[in-house]
Ligand binder design. Structure first.
Ligand code: ZN
Length: 69
């Protein structure tokens, strides 16, 4: 009985560890666009503007207040 319990414990720990690693990896490796400007297109005039300069309202992207209004 002791061996079976030990195997189960090892399996659970290993499983937890591999899941933990899987969850951690994308955060460390998969950062293709950290803070570099991501381009988004205005939903009115289709102009591409950097995401940090775009105006996002109700899930829609606007290049300027002109398109927003
Ligand atoms: Zn626009």
């Amino acid at each position: 009985m002791g061996i079976v319990k030990l195997i189960i414990v090892v399996l659970v720990v290993w499983l937890g560890f591999s899941v933990w690693r899987k969850l951690r990896q994308p955060k460390n490796n998969n950062v293709p666009q950290p803070s570099s400007t991501k381009m988004v297109s205005c939903s009115v005039c289709k102009t591409h503007v950097p995401e940090n300069e775009a105006i996002i309202k109700d899930g829609q992207v606007f290049c300027s207040t002109k398109c927003l209004g």
